[in-house]
Design a binder for this molecule. Structure first.
Ligand SMILES: *[C@@H]1O[C@H](CO)[C@@H](O)[C@H](O)[C@H]1NC(C)=O
Ligand SMILES: *[C@@H]1O[C@H](CO)[C@@H](O)[C@H](O)[C@H]1NC(C)=O
Ligand SMILES: *[C@@H]1O[C@H](CO)[C@@H](O)[C@H](O)[C@H]1NC(C)=O
Ligand SMILES: *[C@@H]1O[C@H](CO)[C@@H](O)[C@H](O)[C@H]1NC(C)=O
Ligand SMILES: *[C@@H]1O[C@H](CO)[C@@H](O)[C@H](O)[C@H]1NC(C)=O
Length: 423
C-alpha cells in the first residue's frame, strides 16, 4: 500500500492548513461534547462470566448460516442508495443518545438523511438483527476504546440493540460508561482514551497542547484488558491538535508547535499516530498472551469530517445528500490517516494471529466520506434557528446524528461478526 509521496514540507503544510480549518472546532466540539452528564444511577446484577466466548469459535446460530466459508465482500467500495425503510430507533425510543447527536429532537427537520442504505458494489449488506447480534456477544464485555467517535458508535449500537432488550447503565471496571444487557449478560463500555496511548489532553485551564507518551499505552483502559472480550479502537481527531510527544520520558518532538510557542522540532502528527497505534496493537497482543483465550480486536478506521469553508467563518456541512462515489474521492488527510491505520494493521496481523488474537479492521472511511449530510451540523445544539437565522452558527461536522450513518458502521460490524471474519 502506498502512502503519500509528497515531501515532508508539503505534507506539513497540508496538515497545517487542515488544522487551521478544522483544529479548533474539533477540539472544542470533542471536548465539550464528552464531558457532560456521564453517569446515571447504577445497579449491578451479578452473573457469571465466560471468557472463552471468542466470536471466531462461535457456533452458527441457525442451520442456514452454516454455509461454506464466504469471503466477506469489499464493503468499502459502493454507493448510498435510497431506502425508505428508515432506522430501527429514534431519539424518543432510545433515550441514551447524547443531546449533541440527537438531531431530530434538536429540531432537524430534513430527515431525508435517514433514508439511505450503503450498497457495496459486490454484495448487499443484510439488515441489522439485534437479537442475533446480542446472541453473538452473550456473556461478553465489549469495550469501545478511544475518542468521542467511539462513543458515537457505542451509542448507535446500544440503540440498535435496545430495540429488543433494554440495557441498564452501570459502573463497570473503570469504564467511563457501561450499558449492561441483563438478558444476555453483556456489557458494552466506553473507555475514554483519545490517543489510545498515555497522555494529557490540552485544556482550557492547563497547557494549550496535548502531552502524548508514544511508548506507553493508556493504563486507564489497558489495565482492564484481562476482562475484555472484544475491543473496538477509535482515534485520530485528538491527534490533530498542538501536541508535545514523549518517548522514554524525553521529548521526541511536537506538532503545531509555533501556535502554542513551543520550541521543539515539529514532526507532524502522522508519525505520532502511527507510533501510538503500533504500540497499542503490540501491547494488546502481549497482554493477550498473558490473558490467554478470548480476545478480538477491531481497528475502526478514521471518520472523516466535512467542514465546507473555514470553521470560524461559518463553516458548515450543509449538503443534504450523499456524494456519488465519482464525486468525492478519498484523498488528503482522510486517505493518509486511513492508509497508516491499514499499514499498521497489516504489520501486526500475522503476529496477532500467531498469538491467537483475532484482529480486523472496520473500514468506514470511504463510505462515511460520501455522507456530508449525516453530521449533527447546527443541530448539535437544541433548536439553533428558533430565533431566526443567526449570522454565525457553530457547526459540528465531526460527529454524526443518531440515528444515522454510524448505524451503517454497526451493520458492517454485524456482518463481520456473522461471517466470523473479525473475530
Ligand atoms: C475455556 O478454555 C479452556 C482452555 O481453552 C478450557 O480448559 C476451559 O474448560 C474453558 N472453559 C469454558 C467455560 O468453556
Ligand atoms: C472508495 O470508494 C470508491 C468508489 O466506490 C472506490 O473507487 C475506491 O477504490 C474506494 N477506496 C477505498 C480505499 O476503498
Ligand atoms: C419514534 O418512533 C416511534 C415508534 O416507531 C414513533 O411513535 C415516534 O413518533 C418516533 N419519534 C420521532 C421523533 O420520530
Ligand atoms: C458486566 O458487568 C457487571 C458489572 O460489573 C458484571 O457483574 C457482569 O459479570 C459483567 N458481565 C460480563 C460478561 O463480564
Ligand atoms: C528507550 O529506552 C530503551 C531502554 O533504555 C532503549 O532500548 C530504547 O531504544 C529507547 N527508545 C528511544 C526511542 O529512545
Amino acid at each position: 500500500m502506498t502512502i503519500v509521496t509528497n515531501t515532508f514540507k508539503e505534507k506539513r503544510n497540508k496538515i497545517y492548513i487542515h488544522s487551521i480549518i478544522y483544529g479548533l472546532p474539533l477540539i472544542v466540539l470533542i471536548y465539550l461534547y464528552f464531558y457532560s452528564n456521564f453517569f446515571a444511577p447504577f445497579s449491578i446484577p451479578i452473573t457469571s462470566m465466560n471468557h472463552n466466548s471468542s466470536l471466531l469459535a462461535f457456533t452458527p446460530l441457525t442451520k442456514e448460516k452454516e454455509k461454506p466459508y464466504e469471503k466477506l465482500c469489499d464493503y468499502t467500495k459502493g454507493r448510498w442508495i435510497r431506502d425508505m425503510r428508515g432506522p430501527l430507533y429514534n431519539g424518543t425510543t432510545c433515550n441514551i443518545i447524547k443531546n449533541k447527536q440527537n438531531c431530530i429532537v434538536n429540531g432537524r427537520r430534513d430527515t431525508s438523511y435517514l433514508n439511505w442504505r450503503w450498497k457495496p458494489d459486490e454484495c448487499s449488506l443484510s439488515s441489522f438483527e439485534p437479537n442475533i447480534f446480542l446472541k453473538f456477544i452473550k456473556n461478553m464485555n465489549v469495550a469501545f476504546v478511544g475518542d468521542s467517535l467511539a462513543n458515537n458508535q457505542l451509542e448507535s449500537l446500544v440503540c440498535l440493540l435496545s430495540t429488543v432488550s433494554k440495557p441498564q447503565r452501570i459502573r463497570h471496571q473503570g469504564a467511563d460508561s457501561t450499558y449492561y444487557f441483563a438478558s444476555h449478560n453483556t456489557n458494552l463500555s466506553l473507555y475514554w482514551a483519545p490517543f489510545l496511548v498515555k497522555g494529557d489532553q490540552r485544556r482550557k485551564d492547563g497547557p494549550p497542547y496535548n502531552k502524548i507518551y508514544l511508548d506507553q499505552v493508556n493504563e486507564l483502559w489497558a489495565k482492564n484488558i484481562a476482562q475484555m472480550d472484544l475491543i473496538v479502537l477509535s482515534f485520530g481527531h485528538w491527534m490533530d491538535v498542538p501536541s508535545i510527544y514523549y518517548e522514554n520520558d524525553s521529548v521526541r518532538g511536537c506538532f503545531r508547535c509555533r501556535e502554542v510557542k513551543i520550541k521543539y522540532k515539529d514532526i507532524g502528527f502522522y508519525v505520532a499516530m502511527r507510533k501510538a497505534l503500533r504500540i497499542t496493537l503490540n501491547d494488546i497482543i502481549e497482554r493477550k498472551v498473558i490473558k490467554g483465550n478470548g480476545l478480538d480486536v477491531i481497528v475502526r478506521t478514521y471518520s472523516p469530517t466535512h467542514f465546507e469553508g473555514s470553521w470560524d467563518k461559518g463553516g458548515t456541512c450543509s449538503k443534504m445528500e450523499p456524494y456519488e462515489p465519482e464525486e468525492k474521492k478519498l484523498k488528503g488527510i482522510d486517505a493518509d490517516i486511513r492508509n497508516l491505520e491499514m499499514e499498521e494493521f497489516e504489520k501486526v496481523k500475522e503476529k496477532a494471529k500467531q498469538n491467537g488474537l483475532n484482529l480486523d479492521v472496520l473500514d468506514i472511511t470511504n463510505l462515511s466520506l460520501l455522507r456530508p449530510d449525516g453530521h449533527a451540523g447546527a443541530y448539535w445544539n437544541s433548536f439553533p434557528f428558533a430565533k431566526g437565522i443567526p449570522k454565525k452558527v457553530q457547526n459540528d461536522c465531526v460527529h454524526w446524528c443518531l440515528p444515522g450513518v454510524v448505524d451503517t458502521w454497526n451493520e458492517i460490524f454485524f456482518e463481520m461478526i456473522k461471517k466470523g471474519k473479525t473475530i
